[in-house]
Design a protein around this ligand. Structure first.
Ligand SMILES: CC(C)(COP(=O)(O)OP(=O)(O)OC[C@H]1O[C@@H](n2cnc3c(N)ncnc32)[C@H](O)[C@@H]1OP(=O)(O)O)[C@@H](O)C(=O)NCCC(=O)NCCS
Length: 516
């Protein structure tokens, strides 16, 4: 109990005298009395005003359902006998707890066995220092919901111990090695990889969606210019809101699955264009319209420079984008599903996903791993640099993972991509990785710390010509497909996601303090 809390008693709020009936009264008489006094129950008392039963609206409904005649039936036949009672000096909170635990809405108040009043749930609610009641069936979840299954999904999953993750029924790594991003996008939405006819039809449909709506184009320079510092994800989130309004995204609750899927295709297609348009505008350059003949990843690089990219580099970006489409029930995916569960429109859910991804604990910063490589400088400095950092309590960026206690499959793939693309940074990164893993095994034995997705992601993106500012937006450029697959799944079988929290603040309700 908080210091100075005022304890109110039942006497402070009970109605007195209570409305009563005799057991011999007719139900018609009792109900007229309840109506006239605007109460939900009458206390049935004997000749000496001792409560022997309670007759409530609930009893009245039961009686009406029985088809009986209220003008000939006695209250005694339908009342609830031997009601629970309380005393006037009992703390209101205690009485409230009793009412809620036992499911009553009214309790007769007695002194020396005789009725002195009636107290209702509503009266008590107004004043009780309500002790938290236990919620039957409520489950205490661990902080951060770690390990709690909150939904069923067919979109994909992560198996941390095995170093494996999958999209639908396929290994994500197999998909990244063998498929185009558009094929994986189709898979995420439809559940199957496309046939060539389906692919052609899908590409024809989504291609025009990559263009920024005409009504939004003139607004982008202002969005890109806001703030002293350019935060690409913040600018992206504002622009997605504008596009969602321009294309007329409607509440998911009000539209059918086909319309929602169409919104999803439009938003996924336009996000790479928005990222690059905002980046160029902020750097004083004109946005470049998407190239009609280039795929998602090649277009992404094209809209940065205006030049058709080297296919190997475009493939490197594409493989990175495929590996980051989805990764289990991560924070941004969960956010997008929670927003969808309210029936909100798809734009709102994607904007929420971008917001969650912008946090350093989630979207991370592949650029930090690259900054570390810069700081180490040369391979012969690696051992001393890493040792010094770990001994000073710092974390080595791009290493360790909450779920993977073995090689992160994304890191393994991106390492091979980095090596395939070559360049001095790739060779250096491979040497540093080995040093970091060895030093961490020695200084942090048993922690199973290996390179995570971020370590080689930065190396690959850098090699493909993406500036560090665009690393996290590039993550968003494909993760939006995972969010949308989850949004479609959530909307198809929806129930609002609405958990509970345990209130641990000062005991309510306290009287308001006197004000001047
Ligand atoms: C990813 C990460 C947050 C996972 O954290 P986690 O599963 O909660 O692991 P913990 O924070 O419980 O760390 C367990 C132990 O390993 C150590 N550790 C974990 N990652 C480490 C790292 N990158 N460098 C040095 N030590 C590390 C911790 O210091 C801790 O040691 P202790 O037992 O002596 O205290 C963590 O590994 C990390 O901070 N990595 C660096 C940042 C990064 O790469 N982020 C991108 C993730 S995709």
């Amino acid at each position: 109990m908080a210091d100075g809390a005022v304890i109110r008693t039942v006497a402070d709020v009970m109605s007195t005298p209570g409305v009563t009936a005799l057991p011999s009264d007719l139900i018609s008489e009792a109900s007229v009395r309840m109506l006239a006094r605007a109460v939900g129950s009458v206390v049935v008392v004997d000749d000496e005003n001792r409560p022997i039963g309670i007759f409530t609206e609930r009893d009245l409904i039961r009686f009406n359902g029985s088809g009986g005649n209220p003008s000939i039936t006695r209250v005694a036949d339908w009342m609830t006998p031997a009601p629970d009672t309380c005393g006037p000096d009992e703390p209101a909170g205690k009485a409230f707890a009793r009412l809620s635990e036992r499911g009553y809405r009214h309790i007769p108040v007695i002194t020396d066995g005789k009725l002195v009043g009636l107290v209702s749930m509503r009266d008590l609610m107004r004043v009780a220092s309500i002790e938290p009641v236990s919620h039957p069936g409520h489950i205490e979840a661990p902080k951060g919901l770690a390990g709690v299954i909150v939904a069923e999904t067919e979109v994909g999953d992560v198996r941390g111990q095995e170093g494996f993750y999958h999209y639908r029924q396929y290994s994500a790594i197999d998909l990244a090695e063998q498929c185009t991003l558009e094929d994986v996008w189709y898979l995420m939405f439809e559940g199957t990889l496309p046939t060539s006819a389906q692919r052609a039809e899908f590409l024809d449909r989504v291609r025009p969606y990559a263009a920024v709506p005409e009504s939004v184009k003139p607004l982008l320079p202002a969005v890109a210019a806001i703030g002293d510092e350019f935060v690409p994800l913040d600018a992206l989130r504002s622009s997605v809101s504008l596009v969602a309004a321009a294309i007329g995204c409607r509440p998911s609750l009000d539209i059918d699955a086909a319309a929602l899927r169409s919104d999803a295709e439009r938003i996924c297609a336009v996000i790479p264009t928005l990222i690059m348009a905002l980046y160029r505008l902020r750097n004083g350059l004109e946005p470049i319209d998407p190239h009609p003949e280039l795929g998602y990843a090649a277009n992404y690089l094209y809209m940065l420079t205006g030049e058709v990219p080297d296919p190997d580099l475009a493939r490197g970006v594409e493989q990175y984008q495929i590996t980051t489409i989805d990764h289990g029930f991560n924070a941004s995916t969960f956010t997008a599903r929670v927003i969808t569960s309210t029936g909100a429109d798809l734009g709102a859910a994607v904007v929420g996903g971008i917001g969650a991804l912008s946090g350093p604990l989630h979207g991370g910063a592949p650029s930090r791993a690259l900054d570390m490589l810069d700081a180490i400088g040369t391979p012969d400095h690696a051992d001393a640099w890493v040792r010094d950092a770990v001994e000073s309590g710092d974390r080595i960026m791009g290493f360790g993972h909450r779920v993977y206690k073995t090689d992160d499959p994304r890191s393994v793939l991106l390492k091979s991509v980095a090596q395939r693309l070559g360049g001095p940074m790739a060779d250096f990164a491979v040497q540093v990785e080995k040093t970091v893993v060895d030093v961490l095994a020695e200084l942090k034995p048993g922690r199973e710390l290996y390179a995570n997705v971020e370590f080689y992601a930065g190396v690959v993106m850098d090699r493909c010509g993406l500036p560090r500012d665009l690393f996290t937006p590039t993550f968003a450029s494909s993760r939006v497909i995972g969010w949308c697959a989850n949004i479609l799944e959530q909307a198809a079988d929806n129930r609002i996601i609405r958990p509970s929290a345990r209130y641990v603040g000062p005991q309510p309700p306290q009287p308001l303090p006197a004000r001047d």
